[in-house]
Ligand binder design. Structure first.
Ligand SMILES: [Zn+2]
Ligand SMILES: [Zn+2]
Ligand SMILES: [Zn+2]
Length: 160
């Protein structure tokens, strides 16, 4: 223990202060959670450090973490669809969320991939830039393979 810590201990009555074993800070006893099974009736870590440890536990729980991420992704997805005209395929009208995805209208769009973000997160961070539309996977796939059969040929091309 260094000198200043010793001084602090002498200045602060031991029955009302304790040094947290984690952050090494002398703190009033109220800053420690009560625990009757301990001889001194308190945790040896302060409340802040106990909470920090709790967060670590949560962070290191892969199942919980995956659940949290899935929820966040779902929310990002719904937000993105709402920003781009609603949860509905602009081509065929499919409304089932699991079939829908965000389509980069003019293709490309590798920028967001480079940032290792989901597209939904990326467009949120970019404040939903223009150039995206909601498509179902069928229409999306068809579009990238010569055009979706749902889409009538442009009139000026067919002359109809
Ligand atoms: Zn502490
Ligand atoms: Zn569709
Ligand atoms: Zn289509």
């Amino acid at each position: 223990m260094n000198i200043s810590k010793t001084l602090q201990l002498n200045l602060w009555p031991k029955d009302r202060f304790r040094i947290c074993i984690a952050c090494k800070t002398p703190l009033p006893l109220e800053q420690f959670y009560e625990k009757r099974s301990r001889p001194n009736g308190r945790f040896s870590k302060c409340k802040a450090c106990e909470l920090e440890r709790g967060r670590d536990k949560y962070r290191n729980n892969p199942v919980k973490e995956a659940e949290r991420k899935a929820k966040a992704n779902q929310l990002d997805k719904q937000r993105a669809f709402a920003a781009y005209g609603g949860s509905r395929c602009v081509c065929c009208g499919e409304k089932e969320l699991v079939f829908l995805s965000l389509d980069h209208i003019n293709g490309g769009g590798s920028r967001w991939r480079r940032q290792k973000l989901s597209l939904y997160r990326w467009v949120r961070q970019q404040h939903y830039p223009p150039g995206f539309q909601v498509l179902c996977f069928n229409c999306n796939w068809a579009k990238s393979h010569g055009g979706c059969p749902h889409v009538p040929m442009p009139r000026n091309v067919t002359g109809v």
